[in-house]
Every structure is written in C-alpha cells, then in structure tokens.
Design a protein around this ligand. Structure first.
Ligand code: F3S
Length: 451
C-alpha cells in the first residue's frame, strides 16, 4: 500500500489524518468495502472505516488479542443492535477469536429479588437469553465469560504487551493500556464487536505512540498510599480524557506485575476512566511504558496537577449525596466495581469477619455483595475456609454488574453504599472509603454529615 502521508514517528510511522478524511485501504479491505465478500461484511467494513475516519485514522491495523465486549445485557429497547447481530449470524460471520463480555445484569442464582424486582428485570432484560444465544453464535468464549476483569489470570483474556485490541469497557481499556501495555482505544459499544468480526481496528489515538504520550504530570505528595478509587477520581476529574503521567506513587507501590499493585491500579484506573474519561495513564517506575521511557513520555508544555491529602479531601467533599434522606438506613452494600481480584475477595472477606468479631457480632447489619468474575469466585470458594462463615454473616458472592443491578427505578430508591467511585458516578450509590464501608455494614448506619 502506497502512503503519501508524512511520517513523523508514531509506532506505525503515521500521524493521524484530519477527521473525515478517507482511510487508505489495502486491496483486500477495498474489495470487502465494495461488497465482493457479501453485504454483511461490507456493512461491517463500512461502519469501522467511517468510525475510524471520524477520529482521523489513516488506515486499519490487525487486531492481535482476544476481544472483550462491553454490551452484556439483553435490553428489549436495543432492537437495531440485535437485528445487526442477526444479520452477521445469517451471513456466517463471527469473531476471529473467542471473546469475553462484561458482567451480566442479573444473578438469579445468588441475589435475592422480590416479586416486583423480578417483574421489572423481566421487563428490562427480557431478551437476555436470546442475546446470549446470539453471542454464542458470534464467538462467545463460554457461559462464564461475563466479567469486566477479563484480563485477570483466573479469567485468562490477558493481552500481551503491545497487542492491538478494540475494546470498549472503560475499566478494562484503561487497565489493558496502562498496566499491561496493550493498545486499545475507548471504543463505542458495538464497534468492539464489528472490529472483532473484521479482525481489524482503525489506527488512531491510543494505538499510536504519539497518542500515548502524557499531557499531564500528576505529582502525588500524599502522606501515605491514597485510596485508589479517590485518587483515580481526582485525576479523572482534572485531566478528563487526556493521558496523565503519575509521579510519587512509586513510593508506595511495587512493580505492576505484583498482585496488590495490579489490584490497586485496576481500581484507580476505573475511577479515572469513569470520573473522567481516561483511557491510559503512566505511573513512574511502575507501569511498563513509564519504566521503559520515563519522563520522555511527557509532552512538551504539559500541565501539572499536585495531589495532596487536602486535595483528596476536597474531592471527596464534593461528591453529592443522592439518597432521598442523607441519614437513611443503608439497605445494601456493593464492593467490586470493577470486579474484585482474587486477593481482594480474600482480603474483604477477612476484614469483614474481623470487623464483626471486633464488634462482638456474628451478622452484618447491611447485606453486602462482593462482586468478582465467576472464575475468581470459583477459585476463592476452592481455597477459602472462611467463605461459608462470611455467607452466614450476610455476604453474597456474585458476578453481577452492580451498575446494571441498580439501573432501574426500584433499586435507585434504595440507600446503597459502595467503595466504588464508578458506581457512585453512575448511580445513586453513596461512596465511602473502605474502613467506613466496613463500619457501616457492621453497625448498619451512616454517620450524620457535618453541617
Ligand atoms: Fe464492571 Fe459493571 Fe463496574 S462492568 S466496572 S462492575 S459498572
């Protein structure tokens, strides 16, 4: 393929084109776009090419890892999406590699639903079974492939460093880019599937070296390791969709490959991705590209953001309380958005049982859900003697997506507490730091807000 664009040093040797310019396609891609291989594949190619052109992509590149899809719910309102899937299936198209999907919206096996809840869920997700049938025909890995933490070792959809992907789930995108050093844009829902069928993604943004450079230097000067969800929130609110280079965190963290560091970065990234729209961050001396390139990753003229203990307190104080009454009795607690890693499930279980023991109680006052991938929960139940005690104390282990669980008018009215800043952002759940979450679920009440 002949390219007349000037080469100025991206990984692929091309900068982006102005949005709207046609992409340079290979002979094979052009044939697909003409419809030589059928109408469904032509439409797939046209959608991906138009999407790429809107973002200034110059061409398509091959996808090098297994796909992960964001759309996990069979909502009856998404008729055009289901019709598109039917068209792909009828044409015999499917993902080149088996894929994983975000968590299911409902867990009838482990969660208790009242009669009204069940009716509502049937109305909302009445197409769930049919949708999962479509996914199976399109290349779904297996019936347990539903989690946003597909990259964890127990789940096994872990991309290699440098691998090109086309994922959409924001918490998985930011982890794959930042911690694993893979390359994916924050794609739109549906585009992830079309790219996986095509085996190609448009080359722009976070797929390029220049798109991965940092425009913000975030200097963490806190007295100790900050709460990951709070730090991510502060960074996301400040840099929005740009790339931060975070200095000062390496005082508290080990290498990115260590489980505790990876879990911390998972939660920090998900908060930055949801409280802002961060798709990639670098942590000095910790994440792979920062280890390799250091401050050469910083763009000239970058902005700066200093994060102190006082700044994190300011961010926390700014969160609105969306409960009807701020002193309401909490009804439910969700921990694990994004889904917990195996060490996190074990740690939360232990902390809950210790807190109950310290309070002289044997049962939680607030029903508490610990959310994790099916494979993580399976590994935990095989290895933990404490699981049954925790269940008796009021803990539910589930692979549901708490956001989807709360995404209905009934759930919205309930006083839900969480340690997740993503759940706080998208629902009426109220965010507390981990120690306070523990106190609340043991004592069954929130403290009065200072007036
Ligand atoms: Fe995962 Fe659902 Fe939270 S997809 S990040 S558990 S909103």
């Amino acid at each position: 393929m002949l390219c007349l664009a000037p080469c100025v040093g991206t990984r692929e040797g091309h900068t982006q084109a102005p949005p709207g310019q046609p992409l340079e396609l290979t002979a094979e891609e052009s044939a697909i776009l003409r419809g030589d291989l059928g109408e469904a594949l032509r439409k797939t190619m046209e959608s991906v090419v138009r999407y790429g052109a809107a973002f200034g992509a110059r061409r398509l590149v091959d996808i090098e890892g297994a796909p992960h899809l964001v759309t996990s719910f069979g909502a009856g309102t998404m008729k055009p999406y289901f019709a598109m899937l039917d068209e792909l299936i009828a044409a015999g198209l499917r993902s080149a590699r088996p894929f994983t999907v975000d968590p299911r919206p409902v867990d009838r096996l482990n969660l208790r639903y009242g009669v009204t809840d069940r009716l509502l869920l049937t109305l909302l997700y009445g197409r769930q079974e049919a949708y999962e049938g479509q996914l199976a025909k399109l290349g779904l890995r297996d019936g347990d492939a539903f989690t946003c933490t597909c990259y964890l070792p127990e789940v096994g959809n872990t991309p290699q460093r440098g691998a090109v992907l086309a994922w959409s789930e924001s918490s998985a995108v930011v982890f794959a880019n930042s911690v694993l050093g893979a390359r994916t844009n924050r794609n739109a829902a549906g585009i992830d599937l079309l790219c996986s069928v095509l085996g190609k993604a448009p080359l722009f943004g976070l797929l390029t070296d220049e798109g991965r450079r940092a425009s913000w230097l975030v200097e963490v000067g806190t007295s100790g390791l900050p709460n990951a969800q709070l730090l991510g929130s502060a960074i996301g609110q400040r840099v929005i969709d740009e790339v931060p280079y975070i200095a000062g965190l390496d005082r508290f963290l080990g290498p990115a490959g260590e489980e505790t560091t990876a879990s911390y970065l998972k939660d920090m990234g998900a908060a930055a991705a949801s409280n802002g729209a961060v798709g990639l961050y670098h942590v000095e001396n910790v994440t792979p590209e920062a280890v390799a390139l250091g401050r050469d990753l910083l763009e000239e003229g970058h902005s700066r953001y200093a994060v102190s203990d006082a700044e994190l307190e300011r961010v926390m104080r700014g969160y609105p309380v969306l409960w009807k009454r701020s002193d309401a009795k909490p009804r439910l607690c969700f921990v694990g958005c994004p889904h917990l890693s195996l060490p996190q499930v074990a740690q939360w279980t232990e902390r809950i049982l210790d807190a109950l023991h310290a309070a002289g109680r044997d049962r939680l006052r607030v029903d508490t859900c610990l959310c994790a991938a099916p494979q993580v929960l399976e590994a935990f139940s095989r290895s933990s003697p404490q699981r049954e005690r925790a269940v008796r104390a009021g803990v539910t282990y589930t692979s549901v997506c708490p956001l989807m669980f709360m995404n209905n008018p009934l759930a919205r009215r309930r006083a839900v507490v969480t340690s997740s800043n993503k759940l706080r952002t998208y629902t009426t759940a109220r965010f507390f730091l981990d120690d306070e979450v523990l106190r609340i679920i043991v004592e069954g009440r929130v403290k009065a807000s200072p007036s």
